[in-house]
Every structure is written in structure tokens, then in C-alpha cells.
Ligand binder design. Structure first.
Ligand code: FAS
Ligand code: PHB
Length: 392
């Protein structure tokens, strides 16, 4: 097989990149190791920055998003049994965010790609990227029981946090900045209408909790748990009891309960791989960086990488100049580091530090009080949460 751009990974980054390149007239192929049903049901993100919505609209992949997405004008912070709203349009000059599950974005992009191209191969696992420094890199992969070769002009690793593309960088080129947090998130889906109009981020007595949603009838909630937590130790009642305690405020509010249809534990990690390209091999999305989901940045950062990369390829396709492609890493990394910083700050501010002392807890409280008392501090949170500008 031969193509201009070989894309490893059919998650949001790989699928959106393929869609953007295809509409620019650049041929590409997507290799996805898992089956279609698996990638379409994998419960992950749900909060979209305006830039992500814009990107999906620009490439004709937002019909269902526009019909079913929930536009939110703010979030609520809860701590010390108080509630404080952060008003995005007032603080950012009109910006909002949208709730629309990552699973639905993946379904929409897959349906479009299978209908209109480019080629998307499921259960096609990339084994290695060979000769990334050459003019003709090759992706070695297994599909239908046979080892095959995809010859490319360029390769993009969109293969997530456990992919193989990053490993194709020479050790002397790679620089990995990583931080593991001493806690995880227990995430649930529940068939119960959300008990709130907008997301609630809570720093409760027992730890962090987040109330999100997927639709007017489906709630998505998370609570901080110790690393290594087994979901079997968390029956439904225990989850609802702990969530209720962490969201509790002085006043008339109650967390509605319902049947939990999905439970999973996700460890918290920050990681940035520099550079994001080497020779003709590029990284985008979780293949290049991981953020704790407290700032709702993971999926949105993957989209912003891909929007920049698609523009770099479009410039090359139009003029033959590789000037933008040569600067892809620099064009992405400032925004990657700012999203990493914001996710780190939100995580440290809202989670109980297992070995933290009373001083840590008072620092958290001081940060939260500064945000809820100062329009300037609240505006800084709103600007980061709704999405900082792209470099390109
Ligand atoms: P993805 O991991 O989504 O996609 C990579 C794809 O590459 C996968 O489909 C994988 O099967 C495929 N692949 C891997 N190796 C391959 C190989 N060798 N050959 C071919 N294909 C290969 N972000 C939020 O903002 N909010 C959240 O609540 C949130 N929750 C998360 C929960 C979990 C368990 C995880 C892991 C992440 C979560 N994230 C969340 C972050 C998540 O949304 C990512 O940022 C987003 O999926 C990034 O998309 P991609 O970069 O496309 O990576
Ligand atoms: C979600 O809806 O899955 C979600 C929203 C905001 C976050 C994390 C997850 O910060």
C-alpha cells in the first residue's frame, strides 16, 4: 500500500486529521488497531472548546453535534459547602463550551470516512515506523492476519498514550516530561437526568467530584479515588453516597440517583513528549501529551494539534514549502504546555492530596477563594477553560 500521509490511530486525532486532509485533497490512510465497535463505545471525554466545535463544523462533521450538543455558559465551583458560578460569556467576551461525548464524535467521523474516504482500516495494528528520517517512511502493520507495509511520504502518530509512534523517535532526540498524581478518577455513566444545568467541580470533604452529563437523561460523574482502586469495591450506593457528600452545600440541592450503566477507573497523569516531530514522523494528541481530565483539555488539545498539522500539510500541498511542517512542533508546544499547566493547576486545586498537610488544604482554599472573589482571577480560569488561541 502507498499513501501521502499514513495515520496511525483512529481516535479523535487520527479521524479528524484524515477528514481535514481528505477535504484538502491530500491522500491518507488510517490504521486503527481495534474493531469499530470497540472504539465507538470507549467512554472518555465530553467537554468541547469552541475551537473543537468550529473544527468539526468546518469539515462537515457537526450535524449531530449541532442538533444534540448542549451549549454551556459556565461551570460551578463548590467548596466549603458553598457554590460559585463562573460565567464564561461575561468573563471571556462571549465564549461558551459544548457538551458532546467523544464517543459520538468518533461515530460521526467514522461514518463520514467510511462513506466518503479516505481508507480506514480497523483491526490493523501498526507494529513499527521505519526510516522516519528518510523521504519514504514505512509503517509496518498487521491486518487480516498478514504483516503488511504502508509506504508514505509522511507518518502521523495519533496512536494515543500507549501507541508505538513515539517509540520510533531516537532516544537521543526524545525528551519526556512526566508527572503522576497520587489519585485516580472513578467515572460513571448513569441513566438519570443531571441534577444541574452546568458542570459542577467540587472540592468536597472526602476529595474531588465532578458532575457532568451526556444528555437531558444521562449523567456523567467522576470522583477522586486512591490509585489502584478496583470498581468492584464501589457498589452503586457507595458511589452515590460519596458523590452526595462531596457535592453537599448549605441550601436546597439534591443529587438525583439512578442506575449506573458504566464504571471505570482512570489514573491521573501529565506527560509531554518533545519534540512532536522527527524527520517525516509527527505526533498529535495523546501520542504526544497526556493531561489529567480536570481541565477538560485532553480531547481539545488533540483537536488543536490536528488543526495546526492539517494547515501545515495544506501549505505544503499548495506551495511545496515545508516551512510550516518544519515548525509544527514549535507551533503546538506553547499551547500544549499552557493546557498542561492549566490541567495541573485545576487538579492540584481541587483534589485532596493523600499525604497533604493542613497547609496544602489552606493553599487550595486560598486559590479557590481568590477565583471566586476576583473577576481577574475568574477570567483567567474562564479563558483557559474555554480554550486559549491556536498559534496558526
Ligand atoms: P486516543 O487514545 O483516543 O486514540 C488513539 C487510537 O489509536 C486508539 O483508537 C487506539 O486503539 C489506536 N492505537 C493505539 N496503538 C495503535 C497501533 N499500534 N496501531 C493502530 N492503532 C493504534 N479527556 C477529557 O478531556 N475528559 C475526560 O473525561 C477524559 N477521560 C479519559 C478517560 C480515559 C480512560 C482515557 C485513556 C483518556 C481520557 N481523556 C479525557 C483523554 C482522552 O479524551 C484523550 O485526550 C483523547 O482520546 C485523545 O484522542 P487521541 O489522541 O485520538 O487518542
Ligand atoms: C466529561 O463530561 O466527561 C468531562 C467534562 C469535564 C471534564 C472532564 C470530563 O473536566
Amino acid at each position: 500500500m502507498r499513501t501521502t500521509v499514513g495515520i496511525i490511530g483512529g481516535g479523535p486525532a487520527g479521524l479528524l486529521l484524515a477528514r481535514l486532509l481528505h477535504r484538502t485533497g491530500i491522500d491518507c490512510v488510517v490504521l486503527e488497531s481495534r474493531a469499530r465497535a470497540y472504539v465507538e463505545q470507549r467512554q472518555r471525554a465530553g467537554m468541547l472548546e469552541q475551537g473543537t466545535v468550529d473544527a468539526l463544523r468546518e469539515c462537515g462533521a457537526a450535524d449531530r453535534l449541532d442538533a444534540e450538543g448542549l451549549i454551556h455558559h459556565g461551570i460551578e465551583l463548590r467548596f466549603e459547602r458553598e457554590r460559585h458560578r463562573i460565567d464564561f460569556p461575561v468573563l471571556t467576551g462571549g465564549r461558551t463550551v459544548t457538551i458532546y461525548a467523544q464517543t459520538e464524535i468518533v461515530k460521526d467521523l467514522i461514518a463520514l470516512q467510511l462513506a466518503e474516504g479516505p481508507p480506514l482500516l480497523f483491526e490493523a495494528e501498526a507494529l513499527a515506523v521505519e526510516k522516519p528520517e528518510s523521504q519514504a517512511p514505512v509503517v509496518r502493520f498487521v491486518h487480516e492476519g498478514r504483516e503488511q507495509m504502508l509506504s508514505c511520504d509522511y507518518v502521523v502518530g495519533c496512536d494515543g498514550s500507549h501507541g508505538i509512534a513515539q517509540g520510533a523517535f531516537p532516544a537521543e532526540v526524545s525528551c519526556v516530561y512526566a508527572h503522576d498524581y497520587p489519585y485516580s478518577w472513578l467515572g460513571i455513566l448513569a441513566d438519570v437526568p443531571p441534577s444541574c444545568e452546568e458542570l459542577i467541580y467540587a472540592r468536597g470533604p472526602g476529595g474531588f467530584a465532578l458532575h457532568s452529563m451526556r444528555s437531558p437523561s444521562v449523567s456523567r460523574l467522576y470522583l477522586q479515588v486512591p490509585n489502584g482502586t478496583d470498581v468492584k469495591d464501589w457498589p452503586d450506593d457507595r458511589i452515590w453516597d460519596e458523590l452526595s457528600a462531596r457535592f453537599a452545600i448549605d441550601g436546597d440541592w439534591r443529587l438525583e440517583r439512578g442506575p449506573i450503566t458504566s464504571k471505570s477507573v482512570t489514573p491521573m497523569r501529565s506527560c509531554v513528549h518533545e519534540p512532536m516531530c522527527h524527520g517525516r514522523l509527527f505526533l498529535a494528541g495523546d501520542a504526544a501529551h497526556i493531561v489529567p481530565p480536570t481541565g477538560a483539555k485532553g480531547l481539545n488539545l488533540a483537536v488543536s494539534d490536528v488543526r495546526v498539522l492539517a494547515r501545515c500539510f495544506a501549505e505544503f500541498h499548495r506551495t511545496g514549502s515545508t516551512q510550516l511542517l518544519d515548525h509544527y512542533s514549535e507551533l503546538c508546544l506553547e499551547r500544549v504546555w499552557q493546557a498542561t499547566r492549566f490541567s495541573y493547576d485545576m487538579t492540584r486545586m481541587l483534589h485532596t492530596q493523600p499525604n497533604g498537610d493542613v497547609f496544602d488544604r489552606r493553599m487550595q482554599l486560598a486559590r479557590l477563594r481568590r477565583i471566586t472573589a476576583s473577576r481577574h482571577a475568574a477570567a483567567e480560569l474562564a479563558a483557559n477553560y474555554t480554550g486559549l488561541p491556536l498559534a496558526l
